[in-house]
Design a protein around this ligand. Structure first.
Ligand SMILES: *Cc1c(COP(=O)(O)O)cnc(C)c1O
Length: 400
């Protein structure tokens, strides 16, 4: 068998490696190790077994009958990543990379987290595999996401507070990269979305593409045909690329990514990188060239979303490429639309979705009525909403 020694570093003109020179050898080592792991049967089997016996894969594909009837039109199916261990798709990637780190002989894992979800997934994988784990988190985020800080600590992870800058995710990223530069020999940097310098966007996509692979066989079982539309929310873009990737060559399957529309697009209070050309344009963030929300001087713009996981200034480079190639389309849902979708799913299906995933549901609700009853939509339900109850209860009134 011919073995590849490198992977493409870019998606069209997007992606690449914009990192300090000292990290280039580490990225090269990572790419080599990843390619060899991909071709190693034993590695793939170990990962597959853990996804099966620990994460609970395959996650179900659920026909949302009452939601579909309520909307009228297309049948809506939900890919249930909310049922994956630790409550979201993030564990698929955290486990894959932690296994890779172990294979590379690294003894220490570092990560950064904003909302805490990636920190929890990483802490979970490290506890399982017996790896030392340090997670960087801005102090503002630590206060906002106290339960996730507690979870990480319970899982044996050290959470390091970052008090500089805006004390949020981008400052935590800077600290994590500083740590990596200093400790690159024994330390593995575990990135949480389809972002960052090559090979991360490719690797994260591959670890998440199990979502789309399962979806294909499940929808074929249920409907005997591929879906007409697949919808996923897009923060950095990992759950979306994870469900899209399997269908990229299926030209009759529409792929729709949903960004966080926040309060409104015109006021700048959102995280919709593709929707607002006044601040969303190509630039470099987190080591890669992609669409970034920024001001005229290239300073990263402050973003807003009711869902912490979509509240990020950059989008994964493969999405920028798919959009440019017109293979996927990108739209946005506002905070209010997401909250409405959240409540509908609770009341009609008995599922409390993550606020991130609620953005994808909001788009399905808009689209389904315009489609015929023979058509199907699959929504990637990226996570469960238990983590969001405080936020939701601040925003809506419960029925008496
Ligand atoms: C983190 C998160 C997201 C956003 O991240 P992507 O990389 O865009 O998938 C979406 N949904 C949930 C539940 C999350 O925790």
């Amino acid at each position: 068998m011919e073995t590849k020694s490198t992977l493409p570093k870019k998606f069209g003109q997007y992606g690449g490696q914009f990192v300090p020179e000292v990290l280039m050898p580490a990225l090269e080592d990572l790419e080599k190790a990843y390619i060899s792991a991909q071709q190693d049967r034993a590695f793939q089997e170990e990962l597959h077994n853990l996804l099966d016996s620990y994460v609970g894969r395959p996650t179900p594909l659920t026909f949302a009958q009452r939601l579909s009837t309520h909307c009228g039109g297309a049948k809506i199916y939900l890919k249930r990543e909310d049922l994956a261990h630790s409550g979201a798709h993030k564990i698929n990637n955290a486990l894959g990379q932690a296994l890779l780190a172990k294979r590379m002989g690294k003894s220490r894992i570092i990560a950064e987290t904003g909302a805490g979800q990636h920190g929890v997934a990483t802490a979970t994988a490290c506890a399982l595999l017996g790896l030392k784990c340090v997670v960087y988190m801005g102090t503002v985020d630590m206060n906002r996401q106290a339960p996730n800080v507690a979870r990480m600590k319970l899982l044996g992870t050290e959470v390091r507070a970052v008090a500089g800058g805006s004390q949020t995710l981008k400052d935590a990223i800077n600290e994590a990269i500083r740590d990596w530069v200093t400790n690159v020999d024994d330390t593995y940097y575990l990135l949480g979305s389809a972002l960052g310098p090559h090979p991360y966007p490719t690797m994260v996509r591959d670890f998440q593409s199990v979502i789309g692979q399962e979806t294909r066989s499940q929808i074929l079982d249920a409907e005997n045909m591929l879906p007409d539309v697949i919808i996923a929310c897009v923060g950095g873009g990992s759950n979306a690329i994870g469900i899209f990737y399997e269908f990229i060559n299926e030209k009759n399957v529409s792929l729709i990514g949903v960004e966080a529309g926040g309060l409104d697009i015109s006021g700048g209070k959102h995280a919709a990188r593709f929707a607002d050309s006044s601040i969303g344009r190509p630039g470099v963030l987190h080591g890669c060239y992609t669409y970034v929300l920024q001001n005229e001087d290239g300073q990263i713009a402050l973003t807003h979303s009711v869902s912490a996981g979509l509240d990020y200034a950059a989008i994964g480079p493969e999405h920028t490429y798919l959009r440019e190639k017109k293979r996927a389309t990108y739209t946005h849902a506002s905070d209010a639309e997401a909250l409405h979708a959240f409540q509908l799913l609770c009341e009609l299906e008995g599922i409390i979705p993550a606020l991130e995933s609620s953005h994808a549901i909001a788009e399905a609700i808009k689209l389904a009525p315009s489609m015929s009853p023979e058509t199907t939509i699959v929504v990637n339900l990226s996570g469960r909403g238990d983590k969001d109850l405080d936020t939701v209860l601040d925003e809506i009134d419960l029925k008496e």
